[in-house]
Design a protein around this ligand. Sequence first.
Ligand code: NAD
Ligand code: UDP
Length: 329
Amino acid sequence: MTPRPVPSTKKTVLVAGGAGFVGSHLCEALLQQGHRVICLDSFLTGREENILPLCNYRDFRMVRGDVRAPVILRERLERIYNLASPASPPHYQADPIHTMLTNVEGTAGLLDLARDHGARFVQASTSEIYGDPEIHPQPEEYAGHVNCTGPRACYDEGKRAAEALCFDYARAGLDVRVARIFNTYGPRMRPDDGRVVSNFLVQALQGHDITIYGKGQQTRSFCYVSDLVAGLHALMEVAEPPKTAINLGNPEEFTILDLARQVQALVPGQARLVFRPLPQDDPTRRRPDISRARELLGWSPKVTLDQGLPQTAAWFAAAVGAAGVQPGP
Ligand code: NAD
Ligand code: UDP
């Protein structure tokens, strides 16, 4: 058994989507703080290996299930984090109806559960609700520019509907907090996740070409997973629920070509850059305005891409059996 501190306010926390990339780090952080954690996951994109280390904690319980179905638990919940949704474009587009319904019906079911238990609720929303933004960087009051009939709509509009539900329940008296998460990366992403950081690292580590969609001039701002977990936790524990959604992300902005060059510099070998068609509705640029998170949560990211990328590369090197990548400082 891993020894754990006993906090003065030990809580029972449900993490829906806890077997996924972000969720497994969140479960681990909560267990390290001494809380009781129930992970609810259908393993659609989550993985057993993500939660295996957590089984060493007596206070960890895994419940295999779909958030679209009723959730019956014997424990009284004090906190619910809803991270259940595929998050990478190829995975959420593989079954778009499932994605939409997971976000709408699944979120509604978990909000009902929070109401029945008197639990606080944090919703993992996304920068995708801004679509292809016309305002840069994106502040929370920006209403977004989403194509509601395109291939990304199942996710973007599903998350927008989930936000609407969250604020309807909040107006009805529930303690609900909404995080708009910007691109996050780190260890435990699936090698076949399909998002850009994992794709580029796995391609370079396996000696394949690095696939740049479009000309690589589109931008993203990459947040290391430990920073995101700290932000989600700060949002859950701040005394007053913020009246609006809160952006969580790292405002350092890079073109996708920059990222590819950083990966080339980091991974030994001669991976070439190849250019592929840009997917439909791919956002041109994205960078969070995190003034509200700084002010209301006292939160800002600490890990730069220079620091987080080598850590992630070293983890992927071990995961895919490649040699020669050292973690950074
Ligand atoms: P992930 O795919 O690794 O994790 C999602 C988890 O949800 C998986 O374990 C999956 O099995 C589970 N899941 C999916 N549908 C489910 C269902 N119907 N019932 C129960 N479980 C289900 O993705 P992630 O990157 O860890 O993202 C976690 C959350 O954060 C998602 O809600 C995502 O939309 C949000 N988010 C992530 C990012 C990011 O860059 N990682 C950015 C914005 C928002
Ligand atoms: N991308 C890319 N090559 C890849 C995967 C993604 O050039 O192998 C691009 C993608 O077109 C997008 C950016 O990288 O412009 C980020 O893509 P990702 O899927 O990680 O996240 P999202 O588009 O949801 O921000």
